[in-house]
Write a protein of this length. Structure first.
Length: 104
């Protein structure tokens, strides 16, 4: 399954925040092995992949706050977070990196 998520690299690992009982959360609880891929925008296309086992945590609010600020900016993030439903924090550490490109 391929899903777009807001993500961050912090303290030696990747974090994202997703709705509880949503498709991503349900899939991760069934199989904790995931890959996060960050592709480039221009040709030749290239990117980085980070693979490993994810842990599901309840400490989502600091993560969601940082992500919303990063992706929306401070003012829009503050509005976005007002009354936002609870989420879960997906955290991957000790993963493996793989670089890829389609130049060949």
């Amino acid at each position: 399954m391929l899903s777009v998520v807001w993500y961050e690299w912090i303290d030696g690992g990747m974090s994202c925040s997703v709705p509880p009982a949503g498709v991503i959360d349900r899939n991760v609880r069934r199989n904790r092995w995931v890959a996060l891929m960050v592709p480039g925008d221009d040709r030749p296309y290239c990117g980085i992949e980070y693979r490993g086992e994810v842990t599901v945590r309840d400490d989502y609010l600091p993560v969601l706050t940082r992500l919303a600020t990063r992706y929306l900016g401070p003012r829009a993030a503050a509005e976005y977070l007002v009354g936002h439903p609870s989420n879960v924090h997906l955290r991957m550490e000790r993963g493996r990196f793989r670089l890829w490109d389609d130049a060949s």
